[in-house]
Design a protein around this ligand. Structure first.
Ligand code: H79
Length: 419
């Protein structure tokens, strides 16, 4: 069952990507929203800009790490909500190029391509630095005594022109770009102030320009108008997603520890088993997962993130074929498990080990051969129709005639080393 080729074909096939959140907030090291959370003014935030020196930002290292983990695409924050740009923009000096002489977007694109991976840009529609961006309920200056006076000089029309000019730069200066992750539209009121809707960005024209400049690009739906895929954030859908009754491509974006930007004191990391579970759950529901790392203030990938990705890489080395090019299966999985299907190969992922046997309704007579994917060792098959059935008399509950029973090792064969 292959779908018609389309611009999204590579992305469905890829299933697994790496998100990279990096900016001057990485130096504050307490969440990429630090400017908003702590209502930090421009002058006060400037100290991160002045001291920005990402001497250990090594795009080649990031690209190698992603590829080893079985990720097929990498998405970098070209600009986050704080407005600081990682490329040499002609329309602002608030850039890595002006501050430290490096076009990090250029370094990123070259390195990702060199590893044979797809290139994605994250670009924030929000901009807490631009003088024309109207202060709303999540803006760092929302608590200023004179917000109305400040806003009277601000003009979203001028900001919109700036936003479009920056996107044009990104989509014309770096060769082919495979994916654009716009972030985000929030038409709801907060703190008594209206949010921002598609009219603030002129989303239809921005989307049109995006496609005109990069005809092959895949675009998310956070412009507030339909795009090519939807982006559940830190949330795992438990079924295929639809829009207006039609199935839609989706990508769960997930963090390692709840923060996208480097967060030094947050020690609550997911374990690699959780990460793998989220990935195969995504694939089983016809979705992707993009997993985030936040390089630290010097641009380095911290040891905790590296260890998790190394462990995921170990798992992917053995199990990638159950992920890349795989999708949902038309069978109901047993408890605590999901299926993924690729061609005529069905993969059963068990999140809780069922001791010696697992029963698979509807699969009797349909499976020719079974093995553990990790080591290629044969797994025994039995059903009511087949002989021999060595343990049938021991089963407390007879299984339905269409149920296939697998005989498993008593304990889980571990391929993931805990970190
Ligand atoms: O870049 C990462 C996040 O910083 C960004 N998207 C990912 C990829 C993101 N920005 N906003 N959000 C995610 C969600 C915003 C949630 C909000 Fe709120 C709820 C904004 C206002 C209400 C959380 C709570 C932030 C302020 C209060």
């Amino acid at each position: 069952m292959r779908e018609a080729p389309s611009v999204t074909g590579w992305m469905r096939e890829a299933r697994f990507g790496l998100f990279v959140h990096f900016g001057v907030y990485s130096m504050a090291a307490r969440h990429e929203w630090v400017r908003s959370y702590e209502e930090i003014g421009d002058a006060e935030y400037q100290r991160y800009v002045d001291h920005f020196d990402p001497d250990l930002f090594d795009a080649a290292d990031i690209a190698r790490t992603a590829r080893a983990a079985g990720m097929r695409y990498v998405v970098l924050t070209t600009k986050h909500h704080d407005g600081f740009c990682l490329w040499d923009s002609a329309v602002t000096d608030y850039t890595s190029a002006k501050v430290c002489g490096r076009d990090l977007v250029a370094e990123f694109v070259a390195a990702i391509r060199a590893e044979g991976l797809r290139v994605g840009f994250y670009h924030s529609l929000i901009d807490w630095h631009h003088p024309d961006y109207v202060i709303d309920g999540i803006h760092p200056l929302r608590g200023a005594p004179d917000v109305s006076a400040l806003n009277s000089g601000r003009d979203m029309g001028r900001y919109r022109a700036h936003l479009h000019a920056q996107v044009r730069e990104l989509l014309t200066s770096y060769g082919p770009v495979d994916l654009m992750f716009y972030d985000f539209t929030f038409p709801w009121k907060r703190g008594g102030r209206p949010g921002k809707g598609p009219e603030d960005w002129d989303s239809p024209r921005l989307l049109e320009m995006t496609r005109a400049l990069q005809p092959g690009i895949v675009v998310n739906n956070r412009l507030g108008i339909p795009g090519d895929y939807v982006t559940p954030e830190q949330y795992q859908p438990d079924r295929p997603l639809t829009q207006d009754g039609v199935e839609v491509m989706w990508e769960a974006c997930q963090t390692l520890n709840g923060s996208w930007g480097y967060h030094r004191d947050n020690l609550e990391f997911k374990d690699p088993g959780d990460v793998v579970r989220m990935l195969v759950q995504s694939v089983s529901n016809n979705g992707n997962m993009i997993l985030n790392v936040g390089p630290d203030g010097r641009g380095n990938l911290e040891p905790r993130a590296r260890a998790i990705l190394r462990s995921v890489a170990d798992w992917m080395r053995l199990h990638a074929r159950a992920v890349h090019g795989a999708g949902p299966a038309p069978f109901a999985p047993p408890a605590h498990g999901v299926y993924t299907l690729r061609g005529n190969r069905l993969y059963l992922h068990l999140f809780s080990w069922p001791f010696k046997h697992v029963h698979l309704p509807g699969l009797a007579g349909r499976v020719e051969y079974a093995q553990l994917l990790g080591d290629g060792s044969e797994v025994g098959l039995s059903s009511l129709d087949s002989t021999p059935q060595p343990h049938a008399h021991l089963a407390p509950l007879p299984q339905a005639a269409d149920t296939l029973t697998l005989t498993l090792p008593v304990t889980r064969p571990d391929v993931l080393v805990p970190v």
